[in-house]
Structures are given as C-alpha cells and as structure tokens.
Design a protein around this ligand. Sequence first.
Ligand code: XUL
Ligand code: CO
Length: 435
Amino acid sequence: MATGFFNGLNKVTFEGADSTNPLAFRHYDADAVIMGKRMEDHLRFAVAWWHSFAWEGGDPFGSQTFERPWHPQDNMANARLKADVAFEMFDLLDVPYFCWHDLDLRPDQGNFADNLATLNEITDYIADKMASAKAGCLWGTANMFSHRRWMSGASTNPDPDVFAFAAATVKSNMDATHKLGGQNYVLWGGREGYETLLNTDLRQEMDHMGRFLNMVVDYKHKIGFKGTILVEPKPQEPSKHQYDFDAATCIGFLRKYGLEREVKLNLEQGHAILAGHSFEHELAVAASEGMLGSIDMNRNDYQSGWDTDQFPNNVPEVALAYYHVLNAGGFDTGGTNFDAKLRRQSLDPQDLIAAHVGGMDICARGLKAAAAMIEDGGLSDVLRDRYAGWDNPEAQAMLGSDLGAITQRVLDLGINPAPQSGRQEMLENYVNRFV
Ligand code: XUL
Ligand code: CO
C-alpha cells in the first residue's frame, strides 16, 4: 500500500533539454547510448539512505527541521515506513541503486545482540521489497561514528572491547550487504583518527586498522561476497585527523598492509576539497594505481571549510570527474552515490525529488561532455605530444642508467633544455568548448 508521502508527484521522465518542467530530466536519458554504453549503466546512480531519509535537518546551532511520518526514528515500525517511502522514491526517480549504513535502516539498540536481530529484521523487509523493485544495493556500510561507544575510534580504539564490537558490527553488515546483493562494501573511518596526539599511539592504531581490514577481506572471501571492498578517504571531520586522509595516503596504507589488490577507493568530491585537492586529482591518483572503485558525488562549499554535502551543480567540475572515470575504463562494481543532503530549509517531499533530478542531470551533462572530450581526443593528443621526447630510445635508456652516466651524456651532447609552453589557458578553453 502506498504511503502517500510523495502524493501528487509522478515518475520523473526524460523530456529533453528544452523542457521547463522542474521535475523532469533534461539531460539524463537512461537508455541513451554514450561510447557504446547506456547512460544508466555508465552512471549507476544510487540514493543515500542517510541523507535522504535518516537525516532530520539539524545543524550545530539547531536541531531537526524536517517533520517526516517516520519520525521519531526510534522504533521498527517507523523503520519499515521509512523503507516503504525510500522505495517509492527509488521508483519515482527510476534509480538503479541505493546505499545505506545500518543506523539509517533501524535505530541502534544499545547492545550487539539486539543490533544484530533488528538489522536482520529490517534487511529481510528490504529484501522483500527489492523482489518487486528495480533498485538494487550499490553498497552497505556500518555506522561506527555516531554512537558514543565509537567516540575514541572503532578498529583503532584503545579499548579492545570496542575493537570486538566493531568486528562483530562489520561482520553483520557484510552479511546484510551480501544478502541484499550489494555490489560493494564500504568502510569510512570517521572516528579512525585522533583528536590529540597527547593521548594517541598512532602506530598501534594504524596497525590495528590494517589488521582489521585484512579480517574484512578474509571474511569477504569466506562468505563468497563478489563485491569490492572500498575505503573512503576524508582528512578530518568528525575526527581532527583521520588516518584515511586522502587517496594517496590510503594507497600507501593499503600497500603497507598488503591490501592493494583487494581494496579500492570510494572517492567523494567534498572530501577531496577538504583535503586541499580537486576531485579530479583524487580520481586521477586512484586511477593511476588501478584503485578507482566508486564515487560519492556531492559538492562542497568553497568558503566554509566544512563538509557541506550539497547536491552537485557545477558542470565543469563534474565533467572533469567523469573524464577521469571514463579514462579509467568506467565503473565496474562502483557507481555514482549521491552522498548529498537537502539544505535544512528544503522541507517538502518534492525538494527531495528536485535535488536528485538536478544532481542526476548535472552528472549526465558531465558524462556527455567527458565522452565528447574523449571522442575528440584533444587532451590525449596533448599528453602524447608533451611526453613524446620519451619515445626516443636514448631517453628511455636513461631510466636504466645512473647519475654518473647521465652526467657524462649531458656533457658529451651539450644538453641544454629549451622550455616549452604548458598551454594551460588554451587547454582550459578547450574544455570549455565541451561543458
Ligand atoms: C561522511 C561520509 C559517509 C560515508 C559512508 O563524510 O561521506 O557518509 O560515505 O559512511
Ligand atoms: Co561519503
């Protein structure tokens, strides 16, 4: 039976670029083929359960602004109602995926046995709904940052009992993700870091985190989970310093603990900005190591210095992001999860739909621009020409040589390099032709 939450709203359809309907797609045409693949299969959109259904509109200065029929979120009846509404929204948007934390689906029960029982109960309920729905699970994860038990970390907690609680929690969430046919399992370490080094043994905490992640990978193989294990870099917030600072830091960590072939990265636009990078930097770093797994698409405020999780709306940024995704071969098990929330004044059900429609359309525009740049080949030509000197066998031979022999070569040939223009403005103008 319909909940009536989205009463009066119809399934969103593609109406083309000239449409003025605010609740229609103007660019996202799921079946349109781009570079040999349907748009839906390129973008693999997912709705985030936490921002769309669990977040109540609070900020540091005020609490809840949203009033939803599934409030208060402290009982299983309302958890089921929330799931009913979620699936109505997935259907209205025709999205192929959703993502969740255990805590978004049902309230924390205060002890592990009841957490396990209620997680199984709500994910059975969701599995039933999935049987007659299009939307599948892109990824699941455990919220190991909200409850006070996690305040000093989960796998990095100085208290071994918290490590144990974290291990049991991740196991139960991997089981639930597997049951729902999840394509990936994510670990974001919001409290895996520190507030002050005065009370922190950084080396021991990182060793425990590395050991923990190895147990996660072992368990994935034990249960035959075919999805990808993903870690999600973010430099700070909620911890002052988080160990998974950025893509490069995570890659070094994964190599140190022998996980570089088992774990990939879930990269988020806003987290890149917080780390002082651009999103395309993070994507390019991960792709260069074959570790680009999935993306959390959103937009960060460039002034606030905080994680604002806004819906994306900047075509040039999004186009460059998908340029790197496409160059890396596109998504395999990954996808585009909207880790984005409404502004707290956007109270109405239709704001939820409009936010996703806009986000999906921006991503579609970005994807089309990225594909056009790749098909045109202008940027790859520039790279080829810029590094062409290295095609020379004598240049290649230097890489197997040594400093003394290279010095002799500089003297013998009188090598004196002539600087070449990097042509940055011309390249920026080139990109603007496509966005
Ligand atoms: C927090 C964040 C998380 C992860 C999943 O900044 O991005 O929602 O995506 O735990
Ligand atoms: Co995220």
